[in-house]
Design a protein around this ligand. Structure first.
Ligand code: ADE
Length: 232
């Protein structure tokens, strides 16, 4: 049975989805409100996990253990690391990597969590195509890419850090939860995808752009997530 866990870090990333829930039932755990119900006839659990990798990982485990989700979607905003992705555009994850993990001193690749045997956590092909199909059917003018998400417990707002992440990871966007969600989903054997709308360029302009565009970008992304649910 399909039951989709939908995670956003901030309330503005999940509020539109919560507004669409039919038959809502709320359970609290670890400071998070898990909102169960149906969107477009699909069983979902919508949750705001809070910002950063620890919150995101805890949330994934609760969705798996207490709610038995079959799929996980992470929705939200991100800083662009790719000149072809501008504010308002969409990045669908091909995979996700931790940009703030560095155990290179012991010959691991930059970003590789030791002894795990994987650096880039691959997103589910079926969820990627559901997202692409939803865009083609419902928002054909939307610019999107399927690419790499780089996550860390940092808001990226300098060209120097941005260039380092691009050089090390060939990533397309930076945010603060996706790789943890991917990592947790991988450990639990649950298919996942990350869908992010670009809110800023992850450089010196981010300080101005992010507050102006985060709300619209987050709502935009949530609409796409709702549109893809019946296609899973
Ligand atoms: N989320 C949105 N923009 C971001 C950025 N520049 N860095 C990290 N997380 C973000």
């Amino acid at each position: 049975m399909v039951k989709v866990g939908i995670i956003g870090a901030m309330e503005l990333e999940v509020s539109a989805l919560k507004g669409q829930l039919a038959g809502i039932n709320i359970k609290k755990k670890a400071g998070m409100e898990f909102c169960e119900g149906k969107i477009c006839g699909v069983d979902v659990v919508v949750v705001r996990c809070g910002i950063g990798k620890v919150n995101a990982a805890l949330c994934v485990q609760i969705l798996c253990d207490d709610f038995g989700v079959s799929h996980i979607i992470n929705t939200g905003v991100a800083g662009s690391l790719n000149n072809d992705l501008n504010i308002g555009d969409i990045l669908i994850s091909k995979d996700a990597v931790h940009h703030d993990v560095d155990v290179t001193i012991f010959s691991y690749k930059i970003g590789e969590v030791p002894q795990l045997g994987i650096r880039e956590f691959p997103a589910d092909a079926g969820l990627i195509s559901a997202a692409e199909k939803a865009i083609k059917e419902k928002q054909p003018d939307l610019n999107y890419r399927v690419g790499r998400v780089a996550s860390g417990d940092q808001f990226i707002s300098s060209s120097e850090v941005k260039e380092r992440i691009i050089k090390n990871f060939e990533a397309d966007c930076a945010e603060m939860e996706g790789a943890s969600i991917a990592h947790g989903a991988y450990l639990n054997g649950i298919p996942f995808v990350i869908i992010r709308a670009i809110s800023d360029k992850a450089d010196g302009s981010a300080e101005q752009d992010y507050p102006s565009f985060e709300k619209a970008a987050a709502a935009h992304c949530a609409k796409l997530v709702a549109d893809m649910l019946p296609l899973i």
